[in-house]
Design a binder for this molecule. Sequence first.
Ligand code: SAM
Length: 200
Amino acid sequence: MAFTFFFRDLPPLEHAVRHVVPAVAGRSKIKIWDAGAAMGQEPYTLAILLAEAMNQFAFKNLKIYTTDIEETFGQLIKDGIYPENELQRIPRDLFEKYFKGNCKAGHFQLDEKIRGTIVHQHHDLLSLQAIGADFCLIVCKNVLLHFQQSQRIEVIKMFHTALSPGGFIVTEHTQKMPQECEHLFEQVVPDAQLFRKVQA
Ligand SMILES: C[S@@+](CC[C@H](N)C(=O)[O-])C[C@H]1O[C@@H](n2cnc3c(N)ncnc32)[C@H](O)[C@@H]1O
């Protein structure tokens, strides 16, 4: 099982939401890619933050495409059912708003509105084939650190191609942008690994 949890390393996700929401205002399709999404805790955290930050019309146009190399995670993400002890970090008001009990003893299921934003597929980042194009945000946290530097550079270049103009990428705070990719992105905030695509 991959290590992950709800509301993990929140600041970069909060910064991303703050920048992405105004940037996508008026778009009929809002596409986000969470690459290395594990069992869904991170993309569902993002979906909750976006549900809080977006108006209902914009939220209906949102899809979060999740991918992971581990094939068994797809059904877990689709079900959106998690044991109660994994949900302690979620602020109480958001937990009560977005989770429902009674699906399975000791478990809670994410609200249909939140589950409906997620589209999952099995995918190996090292194939260097993007799952699509025109993403306004790509989240790839705690994945790149497992790759060799040359692989990291190629994956980040692939992300650059998959982003829409001015799109954003989020990595974990220990992940520095490789020098070979610095011309492709600008750092948006000094204290978080949130970058905006610039045309190379
Ligand atoms: C530590 S978890 C990170 C989960 C989540 N992003 C987070 O930060 O909480 C790393 C995830 O990356 C996935 N992964 C590892 N290598 C991958 C690859 N080549 N392509 C896609 N996913 C990969 C693992 O299966 C695992 O689910």
